[in-house]
Write a protein that binds this ligand. Structure first.
Ligand SMILES: *[C@@H]1O[C@H](CO)[C@@H](O)[C@H](O)[C@H]1NC(C)=O
Length: 452
């Protein structure tokens, strides 16, 4: 505990300093119109939109099998720690390897992904992959929405969420309108190209996603995001508010210290919980212990934000290492209490097939390193931080996951960063669309309906 206090005091001082800094007026932030992240010299984009289907070569699957058979898991669980506190429990990892080798069927998962129409198009020198799913003709009122994923995820997180958005009635959601869904893979993730040059930050990604929507013919659209997706969609809304109808977030990028009033209510809510409207958040709200938890759980972030190429090398070489690194997050970020369980509580909310498919998308594309570089670019592009304090007047929904490690931001705080017109609490963790697709979709429909 001593070390934690040693860290917490400077952090608390830092938060207050940040809050004061945020009182200063915003400096001018220049966002370029265009950059080029492809190989070699910049050239104009080929704006063609080409259909795409996932089809992994058999040799990649055979090689994976070989590596899994030879995987070296020679450490054993500490006798008095049969849980996830030290990271992925090796006993559980052996079971997962067995499932992966003997029961998991990639071709079946590939078919699940390919049920959605997919495309690629070139933007700023990168082939950007996206799902584009339209509602049945029976819906006369159709609204375009871009849904954005994060790390360590990909568009597969949306495979249960998308059908709810495109055909709510079929799934018991009462709505006379439906969404046309565009779900892009962040460049460096999934089937999008990996940036070949430095500087592909969340702000660059926001610009690329906007260009994608404009190219598809949508001048005004809705946005939904969690994790990086929440940051990308927030930046898009801040820089290009003219294109955004409304923003739905399942993670609030309004960290303590983001602005002075928010910080004030954050601390007030801790000292006098009754100043918070949410009974659930009253029970646990403590911005300082939240920081403590973040320090304990975000070592990966520091590593990825500083030396991503080193951190990713062994992950890209070992499927079992990659699975441990990625799937551990689906345990802790879904509920921190999962750390106490021998199996990490992984199958409470996800199947092994679902978890392994997330990993397979990183493995077969060989892009864990590029996904990790995105952290470095975030911290290097100081405009992302500077834009953190710009208020969003576009109507925004805050769908708060009650088990969300990074969030549980009281609305008393978030409304000083965003124009919150809809707030809801859902029994879910960080991977909202993957874990709780229906309550999340219901929140999106209610939010948009109330605006119209
Ligand atoms: C928030 O959004 C609503 C709905 O568009 C709008 O009427 C209101 O003026 C906005 N508020 C602020 C503070 O921007």
């Amino acid at each position: 505990m001593g070390i934690l206090k040693l860290i917490l005091v400077p952090v608390a001082i830092g938060v207050l300093a940040a809050a004061v800094w945020n009182l200063l007026p915003e400096k001018e932030i220049n966002v370029e119109e265009n950059n080029y992240y492809g190989s070699g010299k910049a050239k104009p984009d080929n704006t063609e939109i080409k259909p795409f289907k996932v089809n992994v070569e058999q040799s990649v699957i055979d090689d994976l099998k070989h590596r899994l058979q030879n995987a070296r898991i020679s450490h054993s669980v500490l006798e008095d720690s049969d849980d996830f506190y030290y990271g992925f429990n090796s006993k559980q990892l052996l079971k997962l390897r067995d499932y992966w080798l003997n029961k998991y069927d990639w071709r079946k998962q590939e078919a699940t992904i390919n049920q959605f129409p997919q495309f690629k198009t070139e933007i700023e020198g990168l082939q950007v992959h996206f799902l584009h799913v339209k509602p049945p003709k029976s819906y006369k009122n159709v609204k375009p929405i871009l849904v954005a994923h994060g790390w360590p995820g990909n568009v597969f997180e949306f495979y249960k969420f998308i059908p709810l958005l495109t055909d709510p009635k079929k799934h018991g959601i009462d709505s006379d309108f439906a969404f046309e869904v565009i779900a892009p893979s962040i460049p460096g993730y999934g089937w999008s190209d990996q940036p070949k040059k430095t500087g592909f930050s969340q702000l660059a990604c926001a610009r690329v996603f906007r260009k994608l929507m404009l190219r598809l013919g949508y001048n005004k659209f809705y946005l939904q995001g969690g994790d990086w997706g929440a940051i990308i969609t927030s930046l898009l809304t801040k820089v290009y508010p003219q294109n955004v109808m409304a923003l739905h977030l399942n993670m609030m990028p309004a960290m303590p210290g983001a602005n002075a009033l928010g910080t004030f209510y954050d601390i007030l809510g801790w000292l006098i919980p009754s100043t918070l409207s949410s009974k659930e958040i009253q029970k646990t709200h403590n911005p300082f212990s939240k920081f403590g938890l973040l320090i304990v759980e975000t070592g990966y972030m520091h590593l990825q934000a500083t030396k991503p190429d080193t951190a990713g090398t062994s992950l890209n070489d070992s499927p079992i290492g990659l699975a441990a690194y990625i799937i551990e997050k689906f345990s802790t970020w879904t509920n921190t209490e999962n750390r106490a369980l021998p199996d990490g509580g992984l199958n409470k909310r996800f199947t092994n097939d679902e978890l392994l498919t997330i990993v397979m998308i990183y493995w077969t594309n060989g892009n864990i390193v590029s996904s990790q570089r995105f952290y470095r670019e975030m911290f290097l592009d100081r405009r992302c931080e500077a834009l953190g304090k710009r208020y969003v007047s576009t109507p925004t929904a805050h769908a708060s996951g009650l088990n969300e490690l990074y969030d549980r931001t009281p609305i008393e705080v978030s409304r000083h960063s965003y124009n919150i017109t809809h707030y809801t609490e859902i029994d879910m963790g960080h991977f909202a669309a993957f874990e709780a697709p229906k309550p999340l979709a219901q929140s999106v429909f209610k939010f948009v309906k109330d605006l119209n």
